[in-house]
Write a protein of this length. Structure first.
Length: 292
């Protein structure tokens, strides 16, 4: 478990950096730049995580392409990623269709957007999905998975990376107005970021759903030996989710509304069930591809 504790310690250190360094950085920068306090804290946390990741990767022997999940030749990596991107988008569109058929979401009138604005929205969300996938997959299914697999085996790597993957989605955005910033605001920001964990039953459906997604991605990482497919699937899922968030509103108060989590109005029991079914199919697909 040394590798797991190393990565968890890295994440704790990044969170601690938010609490300790955000206020001093705000005092230094706020007179010259109108940075929101919470945005500055987020950037400090990301910078601390990045610097720590470089240190951990080198120390744990993970600073090579294969350990990070990029062992395939570039052309094949890109082709595998693009194929998975298409699969991810189609499979997530399918569950959005189920939500719509069950009357769980209300689509907004997109006529006012116009064709150009709609295309721009879809393209922007695609770029966001790709960026999120590269960051999370490199860290979790790349370096962390490799470290855990070497030390504790594939099953442990699958489960623990899925736990961390799910947990990181519940870091909430917490805002502190400039006129309310004090010397303790960094710690207030950290507490607000983690406040969702104070009521675990309220997020249990979303947590289990995201855990299942993490298991599926880790299983595909295990069977393929790289993160190309993980990147594509992850990006495709996030892409469709972001567009759906923008264009729909979850319907509350209906008998089946419980199928969508109160956390974000999307993940929940319905997507959990779909993820399990989808995961079986994806694992079979990639197992056959590797044998072929």
């Amino acid at each position: 478990m040394r590798a797991f504790l190393l990565f968890v310690g890295l994440m704790i250190a990044a969170l601690a950096a938010i609490a300790v360094f955000t206020y001093p950085a705000w005092l230094l920068l706020h007179p010259h730049f109108n940075f929101p306090f919470h945005r500055l804290g987020e950037r400090i946390g990301m910078l601390a995580l990045f610097i720590g990741f470089l240190f951990v990767a080198k120390r744990a022997g993970l600073a090579d392409k294969r350990s990070l999940g990029y062992g395939l030749p570039r052309r094949r990596f890109v082709l595998e990623m693009l194929l998975a991107l298409a699969i991810g988008a189609v499979t997530m569109l399918a569950v959005v269709g189920i939500m719509t058929a069950l009357g769980l979401v209300k689509w907004s009138d997109t006529a006012h957007l116009g064709a150009i604005a709609l295309v721009q929205l879809v393209a922007a969300r695609l770029l966001s999905g790709i960026a999120v996938a590269f960051i999370e997959e490199t860290f979790l299914r790349g370096a962390m998975f490799t470290a855990l697999e070497r030390e504790s085996g594939v099953r442990t790597a699958i489960v623990l990376t899925a736990v961390i993957y799910s947990a990181t989605h519940f870091f909430a955005s917490f805002h502190i107005a400039a006129d309310r910033v004090t010397a303790s605001s960094g710690f207030d920001l950290l507490a607000g970021t983690l406040h969702l964990f104070s009521d675990p039953l309220a997020i249990i459906d979303a947590f289990l759903c995201l855990f299942a997604v993490g298991v599926v991605l880790a299983m595909i990482r295990a069977v393929t030996g790289n993160i190309a497919a993980c990147l594509g699937l992850h990006a495709g899922w996030v892409w469709v989710m972001l567009v759906t968030h923008q264009l729909t509103t979850p319907i509350r108060g209906e008998p089946l509304s419980f199928l969508l989590s109160g956390f974000d109005g999307f993940v929940g029991w319905l997507v959990l069930g779909w993820t399990i079914l989808m995961g079986v199919g994806l694992y079979a697909l990639y197992s056959r591809r590797m044998r072929g």
